[in-house]
Design a protein around this ligand. Structure first.
Ligand code: SF4
Length: 299
């Protein structure tokens, strides 16, 4: 049952991280308006199963007044509301309290902050840490998001030879990560990736919605477009087996996209997401309604 909506308040971000699966950055287009947010919240109410909403991006604090209004509207309508940020705005402990006090007053249910070397390199005291400390002082529930550059994991058993090499860092190889990391990582034949390890495509529990109306089940795989069809209708009528991308992935993983659409895939792949993203990129023009927007494919 769909119970969460994550608003991609904007694709714009002050950073341009190597592992970003949305190709966000300072020049990325696509920022939501308050009217759009209002209309999706109303539709979420209509659907009746949504209890939590998140505001993220890109970087939602770049659009602070819109984000505050969105949280206010969400709370008035009875949703739990959280935020995902990189914490760039926490340049000073006292100022961080000023940024966060209005959110504490509104009663946000979670502030998740990216706090890792991919965002802040080797810095000792990061803005993310300052943000997390200020949030804790204000009794805002927090979560620290930590990913690292993907590397081959050393097995504790040094004689270990069997099985696929494990990769550390918690990053899925899709989006910008394909360009930045795939070349240096071990790969396997595409035929081995027979399931999606992460998303519940048959019955998604949360979707991401962007400024263009796309409802992403996984980034770049759209359930439908809520600027053309009401959100509640798309959610009620969604049938994974009829979806041209989710259907094959469900029946045989990303490898099934290659088989079903007879894609000429010659390379080997780091993980299921690497194959999935590559196969989808090859299908963009064929299924532009379901593989959108093109900018999350780096185009
Ligand atoms: S990119 Fe494909 S394989 Fe990876 S989580 Fe998304 S749907 Fe699943």
């Amino acid at each position: 049952m769909l119970n969460g909506i994550h608003f991609l308040l904007s694709y714009a971000c002050n950073m341009e991280c190597d592992h970003c699966f949305l190709f966000s950055g300072p020049y990325a287009k696509g920022t939501m308006t308050i009217e759009q947010i209002k209309s999706i919240l109303k539709e979420a109410k209509e659907l009746g199963t949504i209890d939590n909403v998140y505001f993220e991006g890109g970087e939602p604090f770049l659009f602070y007044p819109v984000m505050i209004e969105a949280i206010k509207l969400s709370k008035e309508m009875g949703f739990n509301a959280g935020i995902v940020s990189n914490g760039y705005w926490a340049t000073d402990p006292d100022d961080a309290m000023v940024w966060l006090t209005p959110l504490s007053d509104l009663g946000i249910s979670d502030l998740s902050v990216s706090n890792d070397s991919l965002h802040y390199g080797d810095s000792k005291e990061t803005p993310a840490e300052i943000a997390l400390i200020a949030a804790e002082k204000l009794n805002i529930p927090t979560y620290s998001l930590c990913k690292e550059k993907p590397e081959i994991k050393e097995h504790e058993d040094k004689d270990h030879k069997k099985g696929a090499p494990e990769i550390s860092g918690g990053i899925k190889i899709r989006g910008r990560a394909v360009e930045k990391f795939a070349a240096d990582l071990p790969k396997r034949s595409w035929e081995e990736f027979n399931e999606c390890p992460y998303e519940e495509l048959e019955n998604p529990k949360r979707v991401h919605v962007d400024a263009y109306g796309n409802l992403h089940m996984c980034q770049g795989i759209s359930m439908g477009n809520c600027s053309k069809t009401p959100f509640s209708k798309i959610a009620k009528e969604y049938n994974a087996t009829k979806h041209p991308i989710a259907g094959p992935i469900l029946s045989g993983g990303p490898a099934e996209l290659v088989r079903k659409y007879d894609l000429k895939i010659e390379n080997e792949f780091v993980d299921a997401c690497h194959l999935c993203y590559t196969a989808r990129t090859a299908l963009l023009d064929r299924f532009d309604e379901f593989l959108a927007p093109k900018q999350v494919y780096g185009l």
